[in-house]
Design a protein around this ligand. Structure first.
Ligand SMILES: NC(=O)c1ccc[n+]([C@@H]2O[C@H](COP(=O)([O-])OP(=O)(O)OC[C@H]3O[C@@H](n4cnc5c(N)ncnc54)[C@H](O)[C@@H]3O)[C@@H](O)[C@H]2O)c1
Ligand SMILES: O=c1ccn([C@@H]2O[C@H](COP(=O)(O)OP(=O)(O)O[C@H]3O[C@H](CO)[C@H](O)[C@H](O)[C@H]3O)[C@@H](O)[C@H]2O)c(=O)[nH]1
Length: 334
């Protein structure tokens, strides 16, 4: 018996694989490595370099490992890219999930925990954001994730598939052990970009807009440690196993930090100079996204272990300092 982890070679997926192993669970990783890294997955975990659309390969994996549940991370997740290429996003995120669900049904697997996002809310009407807030995505990426949630809702009615949708806010940090971390190509996330600048790999950090209605004019986000996200997946799966009850949960710390505050924290942690440049707003960025995760705390017993931004940045910095080229030795492009 094993749990299938799609996208398990990616950033959040690889941390979750590690966490599940530490909890004594058997896991199998399925990832086409379009973005992830095989070296992010321990060699004692069965690994398949397959695409969600390849149902023959999915079937062989389900058949070989007696899969009992799926944790589904595999998706494209860059907001800007989704605006210019919506078809690619619907094809991978929504159609890819349909292919996966079909194979799950063939093998009578009826439990799935999957990565949703704060992007399903769009521009929030109230802060902190609760799960019953209106969902009005402002980009195709968020739309595909909302469509995946709806697909699962209807799949529960029709086929009895039970699901937990975890709406992460901004994943950040790295495993405190320092062995795995964040390595996207190209990198678009704020904290790794700031730390790469501290390392001298970039000349400066571009601050996307300083005219938002926030305390210092820059966007405010709720940064959540990747290991706390990993543990939430574990708790969500345990809850599904015991209650067979579908649910949606926000995952954040409930505290917002502006882009400038994040950069200041990175300066404090790294003790390096970090040049910044003020640029125009990035399309589709809401001013403030802060989660209420009270529901996850009450129903899953989820309490973040690393809630403070300093620890999150310290763990990310430890990864970047010791792996300046990420997983790829000799990588020279960022
Ligand atoms: N990083 C964040 O802050 C954040 C926030 C909210 C939600 N999410 C969601 O969490 C999930 C993981 O995010 P991440 O930052 O770890 O991303 P990531 O890109 O590092 O990981 C995704 C993994 O899925 C794989 N993949 C993508 N499409 C695939 C396919 N068709 N078949 C097989 N493998 C495929 C990629 O190779 C990659 O390893 C994504 O679904 C993302 O939308 C991320
Ligand atoms: O070089 C940069 C990069 C980012 N930012 C700003 O920093 C903040 C955080 O940006 P990220 O790109 O790190 O994260 P996002 O908030 O855009 O997106 C993240 O959280 C979203 C949910 O809120 C989605 O799920 C998405 O997949 C995930 O990457 C934003 O205000 C962004 O404009 C900059 O100013 N400069």
């Amino acid at each position: 018996m094993a749990i299938l982890i799609t996208g398990g070679a990616g950033y959040i997926g690889s941390h979750t694989v590690r966490h599940f192993q530490q909890q004594g669970e058997s896991v199998v990783v399925y990832d086409h490595l379009g973005q992830g890294h095989k070296d992010a997955v321990s060699t004692d975990v069965p690994f398949y370099a397959g695409d969600l659309h390849d149902q023959a390969m999915l079937r062989s994996v389900f058949g070989a490992h007696d899969i009992t549940a799926v944790i589904h991370f595999a998706a494209h997740s860059l907001v800007g890219e989704s605006v210019t290429g919506p078809l690619r996003y619907y094809e991978n995120n929504l159609a890819g999930t349909m292919k996966l669900l079909e194979v799950m049904l063939e093998f009578d697997v009826k439990q799935i925990v999957f990565s949703s996002t704060a992007a399903v809310y769009g521009e929030p009407q109230r802060i902190p954001i609760k799960e019953d807030s209106p969902t009005n995505p402002t980009n195709p990426y968020g739309e595909t994730k909302l469509a995946m949630e709806r697909l699962l809702h209807w799949s529960e009615q029709a086929y009895g598939i039970h699901y937990v949708a975890l709406r992460y806010f901004n994943a950040a940090g790295a495993d405190p052990d320092g062995e795995i971390g964040e390595d996207h190509t190209p990198e678009s996330h704020l904290i790794p970009i700031v730390l790469q600048t501290a390392l001298g790999q970039r000349s400066h950090v571009a601050i996307f807009g300083d005219d938002y209605d926030t305390q210092d004019g820059t966007c405010v986000r709720d940064y959540i440690h990747v290991m706390d996200l990993a543990h939430a997946h574990y708790l969500a799966l345990k809850k599904l196993e015991t209650t067979a009850k579908s649910a949606v949960y926000n995952l954040g710390n409930g505290t917002g930090f502006s882009v400038k505050e994040v950069i200041d924290m990175c300066k404090q942690v790294t003790e390096r100079t970090i040049q910044v440049e003020q640029t125009a707003r990035r399309a589709g960025d809401p001013a403030v996204l802060i989660a209420s995760s009270a529901k996850a705390t009450e129903e899953l017993g989820w309490i973040p272990q690393y809630p403070d931004l300093k620890t999150i940045v310290q763990h990310a910095w430890q990864w970047h300092v010791h792996h300046p080229t990420g997983y790829q030795k000799g990588k020279d492009t960022l």
